[in-house]
Design a protein around this ligand. Structure first.
Ligand code: AP5
Ligand code: ZN
Length: 212
């Protein structure tokens, strides 16, 4: 299956993706995680993306479409994938349609994580991530077993540079202006399932399981 997780920063896209993945045997393709890895490795894409990411704006369509078109070719993505944080502009959505058309596949469901902007500051300010895997934790809502350490590898957790109240404003602005039209685009195609994301993670997981 091909599933898209969409919603504002901190809504839970990355938290829910691995849960959907284990049940539906899909690849988890998170453009944010891939871009952060590129920034850390100082690749040409990473160097080009760094400024936009740190200011809370969007990286160019050209870069992210390039990353995704490579990623979907991986053998483990043959049975399907879950897109987390992509597409974020109508241009990206159109490019994705072209890509899938060529592969003879199509999008099954777009999960639209609905949540009020006001609760997202606490979500992002309390987040800790394990950079290598993209796993995220939260000081209050999803604490790691050992503070500051990843549950699975025991490696150090870190903060994202864009996880502060100031940058969140720009990220939300980008979401409302550039990504809401993408949701409208998929609504017209009757692909969208709304998820009530302002609930405990286990409840959100149940909603998704029922929807798929
Ligand atoms: P990206 O990494 O995609 O960031 P984002 O969209 O801002 O989303 P987040 O990762 O912040 O939120 P999430 O929904 O995954 O939340 P999570 O599950 O971790 O993108 C970063 C940047 O890269 C962009 O700003 C842009 O510059 C660039 N970029 C990426 N893709 C791009 C694209 N396609 N085009 C152009 N540029 C692109 O949860 C958040 C926290 O809340 C965690 O601590 C978690 O533990 C906790 N939590 C999760 N669920 C719950 C719950 N139900 N209850 C309580 N706490 C919860
Ligand atoms: Zn994420």
């Amino acid at each position: 299956a091909i599933i898209i997780n969409t919603g504002p920063p901190g809504c839970g896209k990355g938290t829910q993706a691995p849960k959907i993945k284990s049940e539906h045997c899909l690849c988890h393709l998170a453009t944010g995680d891939m871009l952060r890895a590129a920034v850390a490795a100082k690749t040409p894409n990473g160097l080009a993306a760094k400024k936009a990411m740190e200011s809370g704006g969007l990286v160019s369509d050209e870069i992210v479409v390039g990353i995704i078109s490579e990623a979907v070719k991986k053998p483990e993505c043959k049975t399907g994938f879950i897109l987390d944080g992509f597409p974020r502009t109508v241009v990206q959505a159109e490019k994705l349609d072209e890509m899938l058309k060529k592969q003879g596949t199509k999008i099954d469901t777009v999960l639209d994580f609905n949540i009020p902007d006001e609760v997202l500051v606490e979500r992002v300010e309390g987040r800790w991530i394990h950079a290598a895997s993209g796993r995220s934790y939260h000081t209050k809502f999803a604490p790691p077993k050992v503070p500051g350490k990843d549950d699975i590898t025991g490696e150090d957790l870190m903060k994202r540079k864009d996880d502060n109240a100031e940058t969140l404003k720009s990220r939300l602005d980008a979401f409302h202006k550039q990504t809401q039209p993408v949701i409208d685009y998929y609504s017209k195609l009757k692909k969208v399932t709304t998820v009530v994301a302002n609930k405990p993670a286990s409840d959100v997981e149940k909603q998704i399981r029922n929807a798929l």
